[in-house]
Design a protein around this ligand. Structure first.
Ligand SMILES: C=C1C[C@]23C[C@H]1CC[C@H]2[C@]1(C)CCC[C@@](C)(C(=O)O)[C@H]1[C@@H]3C(=O)O
Ligand SMILES: O=C(O)CCC(=O)C(=O)O
Ligand SMILES: [Fe+2]
Length: 372
């Protein structure tokens, strides 16, 4: 029977996720359940395609100083306005990207109870989530996610170990693939930190040194097709609270960026990687580089997938802009904070959106004196 605009209530978190992501229950409804419907202001259509710079990294990666300067110029222009650009000739093997999608598909096609066996527990970032139905009760994102940590601070293959310890031997290859994928993302992330420093005219290795021992977040996004895509959102409007996001989207399309006062679509380019500035880098640039406001829309016909790698510093690292920039600007835009504090804010007190950084600043300054 058509459940109509049902409000799924009275079910516990596991039942809600089982209900939503059981045998395509969601798609069997002729109407999107009420708690998946977003406010009209979040649903304004994008009518244009974003003309974002395509930064060719080839020359920079080969050490060509002129090409490096050209790339830094393009990045600076993009980050001063909307915090978004795409990179090509990035050095990440296309076959590895393709294999990451294949392995991700193997997970999301599992029966719901198998996916829920690795569900995120409250307070942890790691594991499976269906629509974040265990965290939120309205504006539910039309997506399933699998998130896991990556760092290379010791010789342990942390991603391979994650998959072996949670999903077991049958997913060992998935863990090996994503171990390699995250290593490639980390390597590219460190090169991008150099370019960002050059573009801001600070010491080339300043940011890179901040992130070498960081613990980053890998997130696989799976967006089922949706019977009423004009009412739902795969991921609502937000700025990533993290530092730098390196994302690959499949060929379906659905990533929108808010630029020039309107939503604009990001055309999928199979050989490109999307790069967007997050809140933490806005603070690290003393407010110069804009944290990119973006969202993911869904469609009626085809599921969509994306691979998001969120570069983060070590949790206890103090986030503050280089002295050079503060001196040039004459004042510091944000209080010093640690990534663990901002992460805690987004996981316990505040759902990340376009205003996270300013609300975090208020929360931080209003709570007891910080012992960083
Ligand atoms: C630190 C993080 C929180 C989120 C995952 C990473 C970086 C992006 C954040 C997120 C995707 C922003 C939109 C809201 C959110 C709740 C989501 O839709 O998943 C955010 C993630 C999260 O809190 O799990
Ligand atoms: O799927 C996408 O294109 C965007 C996902 C995203 O913004 C996120 O996971 O933070
Ligand atoms: Fe995002």
């Amino acid at each position: 029977m058509d459940s109509g605009l049902c409000l799924v209530s009275g079910l516990n978190h596991k039942d809600v996720q089982t209900r939503f992501f059981g045998p395509s229950w969601l798609q069997m409804q002729s109407h999107v359940p009420m708690n998946f419907i977003w406010p009209k202001e979040c649903l304004v259509n994008a009518h244009e395609e974003l003309q974002a710079p395509l930064v060719d990294l080839d020359g920079f990666l080969r050490g060509d100083e002129e090409a490096t300067h050209r790339a830094a110029e393009l990045i600076s222009k993009a980050c001063l306005t909307h915090g978004f650009f795409q990179v090509i000739n990035h050095g990440v093997d296309q076959r590895l990207i393709g294999e990451a999608y294949n392995q991700m598909d193997g997970f999301f096609k599992l029966p719901i109870d198998r996916k829920l066996s690795v569900r995120k527990i409250p307070g942890s970032m790691w594991g499976y989530s269906g629509a974040h139905a265990d965290r939120f009760s309205s504006k539910l994102p039309w997506k399933e996610t699998l998130s896991f940590p990556f760092h290379d601070n010791n010789s342990e293959p942390v991603v391979t170990n994650y998959f072996n310890s949670t999903l077991g031997k049958t997913f060992e290859q998935t863990g090996v693939t994503f171990q390699k994928y995250c290593e490639a993302m980390k390597g590219l992330g460190m090169k991008l930190m150099e370019l960002l420093a050059i573009s801001l005219d600070v010491d080339r290795f300043h940011y890179k040194d901040l992130f070498e021992d960081g613990c980053s977040i890998m997130r696989c996004n799976y967006y089922p097709s949706c019977q009423q895509p004009s009412l739902a959102l795969g991921t609502g409007p937000h700025c990533d609270p993290t530092t730098l996001t390196i994302l690959h989207q499949d060929q379906v399309g659905g990533l929108d960026v808010f630029a020039d006062k309107k939503w604009q679509t990001v055309r999928p380019l199979p050989h490109a990687l999307v790069v967007n500035i997050g809140d933490t880098f806005t603070a690290l640039s003393n407010g110069r580089y804009k944290s990119c406001l973006h969202r993911a829309v869904v469609n009626q016909y085809k599921e969509r997938r994306s691979l998001a790698f969120f570069v983060c510093p070590k949790e206890d690292k103090v986030v503050r802009p280089p002295e050079d920039i503060v001196r040039r600007d004459g004042t510091k835009q944000y209080p010093d904070f640690t990534w663990s504090k901002l992460l805690e804010f987004t996981q316990k007190y505040y759902r990340a959106d376009e205003d996270t950084l300013q609300n975090f600043t208020k929360w931080l300054l209003s709570s007891k004196p910080q012992t960083l």
